[in-house]
Design a binder for this molecule. Structure first.
Ligand SMILES: Cc1ncc(COP(=O)(O)O)c(C=O)c1O
Length: 409
């Protein structure tokens, strides 16, 4: 007879979902970094995707000018000027008509990604599964669990360019799927999706009554060379990553963010746009979550959504980093394709390390180079590591010398 295990103290004081939570992986990286700094080591930090590039000055100025003597609660709906700027961006960048969707601000996209599960799990006769990419943003999974749903991770592999193809999943999942998360450009692989892929996905969502949740926070971080090509209207093919809202707003939501587009991770600024029925219901729910965005942040966000030039400059920086680092990893046999978007390199760890991605990353960290092992970013994928191209080209090249030395010796 097996004995029931005595619950630990935290299991008695909080629920099982909370007690079972692992430390958020980025916290672990912050700890390693701190230890290295305390030891006086030079640190090349490719761990967290938070590039330290100055926010465009007019955005900062708008924020500080908007601070009022009297502080009042912000509304979850946001100010009209913000809505106008966000709609203007969607029209300019994706050609979507504001009458086709509803829109609400979010305090960064993370909280909205987390909260939407509370509104969707159990919909349409009790659908409980939510599909999401693995590797992928860890909040997809935790939000599903906290909301009482059933996570359904789908492994992304290089053979089909890291595309998640829900039509190949078991029929019972396709029937019982409340929502699906997709993220192209994708963290961590940098994979992008074509228009025909998106058409297939939207069609599948409509056929199976699944809500498409498109995590679009890297949508403007694409190869800077695309900016030099003529776009649309007889000028040629538009190679910029597309948003599924361009195809339909029926059961489609896009989660946009200024964190990567405008270097505003600390401001917490984003929005959710799409299906009018879902957005209306989400807005009612959000009045309970305490996620109203401070008005001074909203005013800064207006400036950011209204301008594309500062984003162009950021793209140049990320592209130059990818162009410098990717060939070195290719020469080492660790990377097959140069990513077309985002600012990550998802590299295969040399055979000598086996599937020991954590061991690889910890060994490298000892030498001052921090990356994220795939075991911390994925539920099933071992033997990879993610390098977030946060350091500039010069320190990146110095770090690559350390990596080469580590691998070859
Ligand atoms: C794939 C993905 N989605 C969402 C987010 C959340 O970004 P934010 O909350 O800063 O908008 C991140 C942040 O790194 C991310 O990598």
């Amino acid at each position: 007879m097996s004995m029931a295990k005595t619950p630990t103290r935290d299991q008695m004081k909080v629920n099982k979902i909370t007690a079972d939570l692992e430390e958020y992986p980025m916290e672990e990286l912050a700890r390693i970094r701190k230890e290295l700094v305390a030891k006086g080591k030079a640190v090349f930090d490719f761990g967290t995707g938070d590039p330290k590039i100055a926010t465009w000055e007019p955005i900062r100025a708008a924020c500080s000018e908007a601070i009022q003597a009297i502080s009042q609660y912000p509304s979850v709906k946001g100010i009209d000027a913000l809505k106008k700027a966000q709609q203007g961006y969607l029209e300019r960048r994706f050609g979507v008509d504001p009458s086709a969707y509803d829109i609400i601000p979010s305090s960064g996209s993370k909280e909205a990604i987390f909260h939407i599960a509370l509104c969707l799990i159990g919909r349409s006769g009790g659908k409980k599964h939510v599909i999401y990419p693995d590797p992928g943003y860890p909040v997809y999974r935790s939000s599903i669990k906290f909301a009482g749903g059933v996570p359904y991770p789908v492994k992304l592999v290089p053979d089909n360019h890291f595309l998640l193809e829900p039509w190949n999943l078991p029929p019972y999942i396709q029937r019982d799927c409340a929502a699906i998360w997709l993220n192209y450009p994708h963290n961590p692989t940098g994979a992008t999706a074509t228009q025909s892929y998106w058409e297939q996905v939207v069609d599948w969502c409509h056929k199976t009554d699944t809500v498409l949740l498109s995590d679009d926070c890297y949508i403007d971080i694409y190869d800077a060379a695309i900016d030099l090509q003529p776009l649309g209207e007889g000028g040629g093919v538009d190679h910029r990553p597309m948003c599924p809202l361009q195809l339909s707003s029926d059961r489609v939501l896009t989660f946009m963010s200024l964190s990567k587009r405008s270097g505003m991770t600390g401001y917490r600024a984003g929005f959710v746009a799409g299906d009018q029925d879902i957005i209306k219901a989400f807005l009612r729910a959000r009045a309970n979550f305490g996620v109203g965005q401070p008005e001074f942040v909203q005013k800064a966000a207006v400036v950011a959504w209204d301008d594309d030039e500062h984003v162009r400059e950021r793209r140049k920086i990320f592209t130059s980093r990818i162009k410098a680092a990717a060939p070195v990893f290719q020469d080492l046999g660790m990377l097959s394709e140069v990513p077309k978007a985002a600012f990550y390199l998802w590299v295969k760890i040399p055979r000598a390390f086996g599937a020991g991605d954590v061991q690889f990353a910890l060994g490298l960290a000892e030498r001052g180079v921090i990356c994220s092992p795939s075991s911390w970013l994925s539920e099933s994928i071992k033997g990879y590591a993610r390098f977030a191209l946060v350091p500039d080209v010069e320190p990146t090249l110095a770090a690559l010398d350390i990596i080469k030395d580590y691998i070859n010796n």
